[in-house]
Design a protein around this ligand. Sequence first.
Ligand code: ADP
Length: 369
Amino acid sequence: MTLYPKLIMDALAKVRYPGTGKDLVTMGMVEDNIRIDGNKVSFSLLFEKPNDPFIKSVVKAAETAILTYVGEEVEIKGNITVEAKQAARPEPDKLLPEVKNIIAVSSGKGGVGKSTVAANLAVALALQGYKVGLLDADIFGPSQPKMFRMEEARPYMVEVGNRELIEPAANYGVKLLSIGFFVNKEDAVLWRGAMASNALKQLIGDANWGELDYFLIDLPPGTSDIHLTMVQTLAITGAIVVSTPQEVALADARKGISMFMGEKINVPVLGLVENMSWFTPAELPENKYFLFGKEGGKRLANELNIPLLGQIPIVQSICEGGDNGEPVALNPDSMTGQAFQKLAENIVKQIDYRNEHLDPTKRVTVTKK
Ligand code: ADP
């Protein structure tokens, strides 16, 4: 293969700078110094500032794009130099200094309604008067922009104190950042592994979250590197685990709970949320049909000695609310709105109780089945 600068430029034109959504070439970030020596390619990327929050992820994206679009044999790793137009600024001492409680929303498997619960919980807490932020860390299928009807949002940079920060988008009283704001769906494959972890760290530490009572993280399903990154990056107050009452979902929920309680992660589990607990047709409001089995979530919670924080029925409006970008929790008087209000109240109580009574060094352990 013969390499030439245009091939490299074409690959770099496929990488977007998350701060503006434009590609690196259009942004004028690729310096005119591409050197090619056999398979070895090196050049510089020019950033406005040396503490640009996207440096690491952009360099990684550039490397991946070259390997993907030019060829795997290209020697590029470690050959991209970063240059900045301006001088360095101080780093912050601590991540999220003004955030009181951080809640990880997780699930053992996909499709059980984790994102739906996270979105509605965020809205319910905001309606109760709390300051709420939501980080959509579900890199495999970031759905919060759609659930909050903010698919078109492109967060911009703001100057806070002496730092440039990403301003979260906001709707329904909830501040939101999602990887989905920064990546084309078809480029999502480029945002896996270390790169996704770095991007998420930036969305936490280099964003203008400000003062928050509750910061929710919509985690990817199952157990992944992202979970590790999040617990290593943040002092998480507690995790909630969402599951349907179905046996296969509960088995995975159990694994998720063990992971949080295990030594490596060691995050308190605030409790289980049973979603899709039963179906009630609008015309027969007294009837409950237990499509996925009855009270499986309750049994698992009892067995593991963790609270059952809520039971959310299957209701068409919950699904429609997600698709239309209008979470049902916006209507707190509806049957579904009440279910989420109750869930929010239980979580607040659970956290308050833990803060008052529990020694955070003592954790309950889960026995594997
Ligand atoms: P996950 O984040 O676990 O993958 P989602 O929140 O994306 O799951 O939910 C999967 C699908 O199920 C979505 O279409 C969502 O609208 C729907 N859904 C979730 N919970 C409910 C519910 N309680 N009633 C009706 N539909 C629901």
